[in-house]
Design a protein around this ligand. Sequence first.
Ligand code: C2E
Ligand code: MG
Ligand code: MG
Ligand code: MG
Length: 272
Amino acid sequence: NAKGNGKNTFCFFDPKLQKIMDEKIKLTESLKEAIEQNQMNLHYQTQIFLNQEEKIVGVEALIRWNHPTRGMISPAEFIPLAEESGLIIPLGEWIIDEACKQIKTWKSEKVKKSWRVSINVSSKQFEMDSFVSTIKNIVDINGIHPNMLRLELTESLLIKNVDKVLDRLHKLKEMGFSLSIDDFGTGYSSLSYLKRLPINELKIDQSFIKDLTTDKNDEIIIKTIITIGKKFGLEVIAEGVETKEQYQKLTEIGCKYFQGYFFSKPISAQQL
Ligand code: C2E
Ligand code: MG
Ligand code: MG
Ligand code: MG
């Protein structure tokens, strides 16, 4: 253990650490190939609106990497690598373009589907000065109205450079893009800041849903988020809904939008 001597120093000759770094470099190289060779695809997870009856109103696009020898690699593993290496920029553009193409396909099918697609935007991507013009270009080229896309942003992204972020959000909102705060409740954004954000949706982090039926505190937190959302005129969606009991409890406390394995896992467009 490189930290074994109790000091915060890393020893770069630690063979174990060297191995991890080699792995990382290798994975980054194959990530580059994967983007170029189209080994990536988007899966979609349904988002349900409950009002008398259940209705699919949108889907969240979640990226999948099917590596030729290693099999499925989780985005939790490769998105950080893509961010560190800068590959998130071409990858992020590919994701937006792919989602637009899927929206077009759904629109043109015999049984027309007008599902809005939520896209996860990484902070590196959002912070690029060209982000707004790039995303506008992609929707325009595809002939998609921006309101068919909802951008999921994390609290940590939103609190980094407040003036710049607000300016960018307002531009996106004016163009018609829909905006959401992902993993809501786990970050550090203040209520006074929340009030100023031109967003459409709060997405309650799945950690609060997990023990909802047994932990009163989680129930209180969720109720509070729903109340705040209502007062601010925002949609509030619960993510990570896995069981019928969680779904029932959520409906009891006034939640209207849901996403989770109980309804569907993320699946390919074809399966969907
Ligand atoms: P996220 O945006 O918060 O996505 C939710 C994660 O929870 C997804 O994992 C989803 O498959 C999983 N999930 C959905 N329903 C349930 C459920 O009922 N129970 C449980 N236990 N999990 C559920 P996934 O697909 O592995 O993605 C993980 C994270 O990677 C995402 O968190 C997001 O931060 C990032 N990510 C995924 N796709 C993209 C992408 O296209 N672009 C970017 N920038 N990040 C992405
Ligand atoms: Mg998300
Ligand atoms: Mg989330
Ligand atoms: Mg997350």
